[in-house]
Design a protein around this ligand. Sequence first.
Ligand code: ACO
Length: 185
Amino acid sequence: MEEEISVVPIHKHREYLLECCKLINDEWKRSETARLRSLESSCDYLPTNLILLKDKIVIGHVKLSLIPSMKDACFVESVVIHKKLRGQGFGSLLMKETENYCQNHLHLNIIYLSTKGQEKFYEKLGYQECEPISLYGGYFPRNIPKSVNVNTSGPPAPPMPQNKFSLPQTQQKTYMCKLLNNNCA
Ligand code: ACO
């Protein structure tokens, strides 16, 4: 029998809230109440939590958050695949479906994320290293890899409040991003 795979927003499938909570908490321990509250905040615009279902079982999750200063972008806060199902292409599938969702439902042009240790996984999906971005409001320019030619308009860029070289070693993360279509070029 063929397996049934789908990626859906959790706010349209609340019956999976507890299962998803468990999946995430198996990777990053946090109180169930706090985790559920975060999942329950999922909505049609950001924040949005998408789940990867395999034969109606939650095997993956991704959380997309708003970047207040960038209307056409979102930040991937976390991505997780069930521990026993890693290395089988499900993470790539979830990210590709997430990109489709961002383009087709949220009408976004760019995805940002930060990672410490999973750079290779994202590189294989076309993400490129970029400067750290601010997630807490204030104006920031579109921050894209130098290798991508994008038309930007607006005021000159303010100085970045920090970059990864000024952070303590333990906090260093790699910021990465991916343009979702060619309309920006
Ligand atoms: N280092 C190097 N290569 C990797 C890594 C890694 N850590 N993880 C995956 N890859 C490679 C795979 O080998 C594969 O390569 P191939 O196409 O040449 O065969 C490719 O990336 C795709 O791998 P998938 O099988 O699609 O990835 P998987 O289903 O294992 O999901 C994920 C990857 C989501 C990182 C999973 O390992 C996971 O849940 N890890 C624990 C949680 C985590 O660290 N999440 C990311 C945090 S960063 C963030 O959330 C923004």
